[in-house]
Write a protein that binds this ligand. Sequence first.
Ligand code: TXA
Ligand code: MG
Length: 343
Amino acid sequence: HWIVDNLEHVTKNSPQIVQAAELLKKNELVAFPTETVYGLGANAKSDEAVAKIYSAKGRPSDNPLIIHIAKKEQLTEIVDSYPDWIDPLIDRFWPGPLTLVLPKKEGLSNLATAGLSTVAVRMPDHPAALALIEAANLPIAAPSANLSGKPSPTSAKHVMDDLEGRIPGIVDAGPTGLGVESTVLDCTEDIPVILRPGSVTKQQLEEVIGSVRIDAALLNQEELPKAPGMKYTHYAPDAPLTIVDGSKEFIEQLIQKEKEKEKKVGVLTTEENSRFYSADKIVVCGKRSDLRTVASALYDSLRKFNEEQLDVLFSEAFPAEGVGQAIMNRLLKAASHRIIKER
Ligand code: TXA
Ligand code: MG
């Protein structure tokens, strides 16, 4: 457990970073912070190292990993030639929460890419992550550092709660900022496709490269998603969660009906509405007037429901605009797509 408490001064030569990088070079796992969520890192060139990620997380091996780099030059190690319109995206959004799916080059672990001919790559915008990748001098494969199916970790405590005893090291630099994982953009089609919505929005992408599509599977549950990981149940709290698209009066009625049945009820709400409800556990997830605060608090909020025994959970719905698209995508997964609409 290496604590980095001064992010302004962390470099590839900081003692904590050097020690953590040693583990990576020995094909061991290290959990580390990014600007989105904590990642569970391994040498992306080694099958031995990458296999440890899948077993520590209990992750299905048909679900490929994102390769993290610290410098644009590292791209040439990982990807084959790519079209010209990619460069402006990289210049605008890297380092940052945008993952690009590009043609893969030989040399990476085939486990990391789950045998696909493409590779997902990003440069995280976090000084400790960049220092660690530089110190290891390797491309680093890293999924979110949670047990498969659990909400992604936005603090070192979340990582420990899930993986303590299963991983040899963690770089702890406090809570992450953005809270939802990177936007995954498939750049192997003529019109690029958002496979997973994230902090970089469709509108921001379109300002740089023109028209962008959204994977049909994100809009329609019947389609099979192209990002293999998007088909799995994910983020689910222990008690069943239902999203309620309606007024707070309507949500309060649902809560009261459950309470009449002697059920323990949890509700995910926002600063604006929290005082309104009579639920047994009220989790305040940011401010509705600023959806970035909701994204940032979302996974911690979902984990809070597991702190006590609850029978039924409700969540307010959010407008699926801008970062709200990522929030609703994650909430719907956490709720296994259960949603009640007020008529
Ligand atoms: O913000 C993030 O992206 C975090 C931090 C740690 O960087 N990482 C993350 O990784 O969320 P993970 O493994 O939890 O999610 C990776 C997603 C999965 O849905 C996976 O199926 C998709 O990216 N993916 C990876 N490689 C792909 C490929 N070649 N083609 C399509 N989808 C791919
Ligand atoms: Mg994940």
